[in-house]
Design a protein around this ligand. Structure first.
Ligand code: BTN
Length: 273
């Protein structure tokens, strides 16, 4: 049986991406604090569009809302994609939409698992045997950090964390809400195949977006959050209501019980019964 716990390498990643010519540079770091920081440093040094930074051991991974991101060495994918997009700052959330789609499509391509998205940036898979009582658990997350100049995105770092072969045995609290491709399939999964599929989909979706293509329909179709009763915690308040729709900017349109429609750009959303 092959071991998928071997370290990656720049050479192996480049070989896996041979059919994705838009990836101009691959940076492999055996260990790093955060690939998002490493990609931002490369941007400051003029690294090209599209540069991919990958590590086997991320020691200070960040999630949204200042949370830390758990990653045991060589068991997961932690990578950041540096892009210099032609994008208004007001549309920077589109990169998170694009990355979410790419991760879900890449997972499906390699594993056949039905990957969904939980607004705004979680990649989730149903963890239950029966479909009538779905329990979605998180397999991946996206953290997009943009450098804004005037009203434009100068560059953006799209960070992707994906639980491929993480067992969570020492992490009972995380295991309540998170899972991995290995846990879902009952076997280890080749990280390089998943990485290549996700990056392939990212590059294709990026071309689509750059050519004026819309992401909302495909994104909405995967959102488990829509038409559900949710609780949304923003920095200012807690709102409960029906998640009616998302708009082209990636905002969530939440109808509260008093009939008001709220446009949320950032919030922590929990599905309610
Ligand atoms: C979230 O779910 O809150 C987002 C998690 C994003 C984690 C990835 S791992 C690679 C990249 N580097 C980081 O420090 N964070 C992102």
């Amino acid at each position: 049986m092959p071991s998928f716990r071997e370290p990656l390498s720049a050479q192996a990643i480049r070989a896996a991406l041979v059919n994705v010519p838009s990836i101009k540079e691959v940076v492999y770091l055996p260990s790093v604090g955060s690939t998002n920081d490493a990609a931002r440093d490369r941007a400051a040094q003029g690294a090209p569009h599209i540069t991919l930074v990958v590590t086997d051991d991320q020691t200070a991974g960040r999630g949204r809302l200042g949370r830390s991101w758990y990653m045991p060495p060589r068991a997961a994918i932690a990578m950041s994609i540096l892009v210099w997009p032609d994008l208004d700052a007001a549309h920077s959330n589109r990169l998170t939409m694009l990355a979410g789609l790419a991760v879900a499509e890449g997972i499906e391509q390699v594993t056949g698992l039905a990957a969904k998205l939980k607004w705004p940036n979680d990649v989730v898979v149903n963890d239950q045997w029966t479909m009538d009582n779905e329990q979605f658990k998180k397999v991946g997350g996206i953290l997009t950090e943009s450098a804004i100049v005037g009203e434009r995105v100068e560059y953006a770092v799209v960070g992707i964390g994906l639980n491929v072969n993480v067992d969570f045995v020492d992490q009972p609290e995380l295991a309540a809400t998170a899972t991995s491709l290995m846990r879902l399939l009952g076997r280890e999964v080749d990280r390089l195949s998943v990485l290549a599929a996700v990056i392939g989909r990212f590059a294709a979706r990026f071309d689509w977006l750059s050519a004026g293509g819309a992401l909302r329909a495909a994104w909405s179709a995967r959102l488990v959050t829509l038409n559900r009763r949710v609780e949304a915690r923003t920095a200012e308040t807690v709102l409960t209501g029906i998640a009616e729709a998302v708009d082209d900017g990636g905002a969530l349109l939440l109808r509260t019980d008093d009939g008001a429609l709220h446009r949320l750009l950032a919030a922590d959303v929990t599905l309610r019964a």
